[in-house]
Ligand binder design. Sequence first.
Ligand code: KG4
Ligand code: ZN
Length: 358
Amino acid sequence: MMVLGIETSCDETAAALVTDGREIRANVVFSQLDQHAPYGGVVPEIAARSHIEHLDGVIAHAMREGGVGFSDLDAIAATAGPGLIGAVMVGLMTGKAVAGVHNLPFAAVNHLEGHALSARLTDEHLQFPYLLLLVSGGHCQFLAVEGVARYQRLGTTIDDAAGEAFDKAAKLLELGYPGGPAIEQAARDGDAERFDLPRPLKGRPGSDFSFSGLKTALLQKVRDIEGGLNDKDRADLAASFQAAVTDVVIDRGRNAIRQFQTKHPEGQALVAAGGVAANSLLRKRLKSLAEKNGMTLSVPPLALCTDNAAMIAWAGIERLGHNLVDELSAAPRARWPLDVDAPRPPGAGRTGKRGPKA
Ligand code: KG4
Ligand code: ZN
């Protein structure tokens, strides 16, 4: 079975060809980074217009790279949300059009489900249930992944997502966009002990997150430095910030593992997905956290951690394998939680200005 996956929920225009034998025949990602960088974040209108301009070419590129024609496809999977609504609509409508014209089954995939199942594309031994840490620019949550289309949210952020916090911190430190890789790079030469930053919610029960206080504390430290920041200050602030975020994720992770193991004592894996899972300090500490708790850490390769269409094609394959076929009337959705029954975390407020990037 060969599936064409399409992803346009935020600022990556992506198409991929994946088989049910876990072969990635093509995985093409056109990043709009340069178009959004001057604004320090994703501009929804620019994103949607750029998807329209590039998606046809990106799909053609993937088909050429995979050496297949439309008649070789068995199904189409496209992201239907959550995300920037104009952006989502471009990929979803294109996917529907291809499915309609070629009379193929269609999967309207939740972008978060793409991230949640991506580790199974490259790790054939990864069995359900597993504990997922989804850390990206728009999401920061722990989920028990019990099976395809069966997700229980254990904890989530009450304000910013971890990636969003990295991006805002990088902006404050004038390190550029996207912030995560820039902070990680700057932190390499930094002293993580120099600045004492808070660890929001650390030591509290549950596995919810909060990052907005940390961002404000960082702003205060920046203001306290007289005469502006030099490179050493930037490196030390970046290192201190990265250490604080990582400490919080590990503390919350400890509780999430307890929550998960109570319900699923047979579960053996901790999976980290989403752009922030690219962070090497976080990966290192998650690995030791997993091992201390008798679990293994599974992280998809970098290209499948950040937004891509191979994970959407794979989620489509998993869904179609469970006869979860969608109508061509499937609607685009700006908000679309994986666990619709999850209670809102205590004190939950706005999720930040950046919008529902997943
Ligand atoms: O999953 P993703 O590509 O897009 C969505 O948000 O869906 O994640 C992007 C986020 C950005 O906020 C970026 O700053 C963060 O992931 N990120 C990182 C690193 N690489 C990307 N954060 C920390 N360390 C990194 N190395
Ligand atoms: Zn994402």
